[in-house]
Design a binder for this molecule. Structure first.
Ligand code: IFM
Length: 508
């Protein structure tokens, strides 16, 4: 009997007491030695991504309401770099009302911005439509003429500059009128029907001109930030992840309906299109390498945050890993022609033996001064990009588009962004070569600096800097030229690799 107790004790000790083992951040990614060239497939799409609420003049949306109320009530705080304070928008008070309203003044500069993208060598451009610009009032049977004319300008500029457009229908913000009910946003089942009207309106005008479609941008960020973490509208902090399963289910239903509407419209015009959605991905890793609870929790979070929705789209069956009703969703199975991946680095998952359900997700390891992080404190980890792409390929065996990858770096010499570009593009090469992944395009986030949601205007993601104090002046950063050279060579050449290595050595 005593032996059973000892054995059980040892088992429990190893499973639950995370005392041994290195921190995962110490497990570095050693750059592979070869100098390249790391050439990507022919006809590769090279572009950038943007989103309406982040670069266009404010329309009447949930986000506009939040921005204006945060400004009025001086709710500008942050908890730590990259850790937004619920209900606040970081340092918004440092910017003028004009900036908050016009964001990047893109409305007045669409043609110039896309001419700049061409000059920087891009052959593609991903943008999203502002739902409220197209449907400013409830009950409209077709989109507003002014809204359609606005996006026609974007598409005309794409055509003129030989940029293949990729159009996203939903990127976080939606009309204020969808937020009047007690059940708000995508939690309200009516939103599914309204999203179908949006899709029909956009398809009717643009299906001829767009071959690449994204229904939903990072739906799990929308759900997590809005309903669990409280940093996006509706600023809720529900303790239990099972409570958001119905919202995810509505998003899946909206996606499936939009997929069919777009394909029906394309079929009627005898044309082929590609439709998918894109997920925000990170490498979810245990904080302590050998802490079994950290490891188990990290893998559950990864499954829930990245794969649950994509698995449901493959099978038509939604089985939320973090609780909530399982459900068969009619019309959902097989509604992705490609897998959309947005990748931003590594998160650490840290558990506590005394409160196993209350885990922490850390953006970097505070106790590891050697770790490479960005302006927002996000741990950089190119190897995780390889792993995510390899998993997406193994699970779904579909074409993959990187619809976002980039980093926050506000320095004029933007060495961090240059490093992110080179290292992540190398990983695409490796995963194609070693795993046979069918990666067809890379869209850097972002073309220009923009409004980074609860992080406000401080976090700078642009290849091109915006000087908000000097009438929204556009100033390309060194990474813009580096990206141009990479595109021209269709990959990272030995010369670019040498430049990058020298840059890093000079940098310590
Ligand atoms: O700015 C966001 C974008 O809206 C969605 N993906 C991540 C980006 C950087 O945080």
């Amino acid at each position: 009997m005593i032996y059973i107790f000892i054995a059980l004790g040892i088992l429990i000790f190893f499973i639950f007491v995370p005392v041994f083992g290195k921190k995962r951040s110490k497990v570095r990614y050693t750059l592979r030695e070869e100098k390249g060239p790391y050439t990507l497939p022919e006809k590769f799409m090279w572009g950038t991504s943007t989103a309406a609420q982040q670069i266009e003049t404010q329309q009447k949306t949930d986000w506009t309401d939040f921005e204006n109320s945060a400004y009025k009530n001086r709710r500008f705080d942050t908890l730590a770099p990259g850790k937004a304070k619920p209900g606040h928008i970081h340092n918004l008070g440092a910017y003028s009302k004009e900036v908050i309203k016009k964001k990047t003044d893109h409305d007045a500069r669409i043609e110039k911005d896309l001419a700049l993208a061409k000059k920087l060598g891009h052959n593609a451009y991903r943008f999203s439509v502002d739902w409220a610009r197209l449907f400013p009032k409830p009950g409209m049977s077709s989109p507003s003429k002014a809204g359609i004319a606005f996006y026609q300008r974007v598409l005309d500029a794409c055509r003129k500059n030989k940029l293949t457009p990729s159009l996203t229908l939903f990127h976080f913000s939606s009309p204020s009128w969808l937020w009047q009910d007690t059940v708000k946003g995508w939690e309200n089942p009516n939103t599914i029907e309204e999203f179908q009207s949006l899709t029909r309106g956009v398809a009717e005008h643009f299906i001829d001109q767009v071959d690449h479609w994204c229904t939903l941008n990072e739906p799990m960020v929308y759900v997590y930030n809005g309903y669990l973490d409280g940093v996006f509208p509706p600023l809720e902090q529900r303790g239990n992840p099972a409570k958001v399963a119905p919202i995810i289910s509505n998003l899946l239903k909206g996606h499936a309906a939009a997929y069919h509407i777009l394909h029906d419209a394309a079929r009627a015009k005898n044309k082929e299109i590609q439709v998918g959605l894109t997920q925000h991905t990170r490498a979810f890793e245990p904080y302590r390498n050998y802490a079994v609870l950290d490891r188990i929790t990290a893998s559950i979070i990864e499954q829930a945050f990245i794969w649950d929705m994509l698995d449901a789209i493959e099978t038509g069956h939604f089985a939320p890993k973090t609780g909530g009703a399982r459900e068969n969703i009619p019309g959902l199975a097989g509604t992705q022609d490609y897998v959309g991946i947005n990748y931003y680095g590594r998160f650490y998952v840290k558990t506590d033996i005394t409160r196993p359900m209350k885990f922490e997700v850390l953006m970097h390891d505070e106790h590891d001064p050697g770790e490479k992080i960005n302006q927002l404190g996000w741990a950089l980890y190119p190897k995780g990009f390889y792993d995510v792409l390899a998993s997406a390929h193994a699970k779904y065996n579909k074409p993959i588009y990187i619809l976002e990858n980039g980093t926050a770096d506000d320095q004029d010499d933007d060495k961090i962004r240059q490093s992110v570009l080179v290292n992540h593009l190398k990983e695409i090469y490796h995963v194609i070569k070693e795993k046979g992944a069918d990666v067809r395009g890379y869209f850097h986030w972002s073309l220009i600096d923009n409004f980074e949601w609860a992080e406000g205007f401080e976090a700078r993601f642009g290849l091109v800097k915006i000087d908000y104090a000097k009438n929204f002046k556009r100033i390309p950063r060194p990474s813009a030229e580096l990206y141009r050279e990479i595109i021209e060579a269709n990959g990272v050449t030995e010369a670019i690799w040498r430049y990058y290595t020298a840059l890093n050595e000079a940098n310590g």
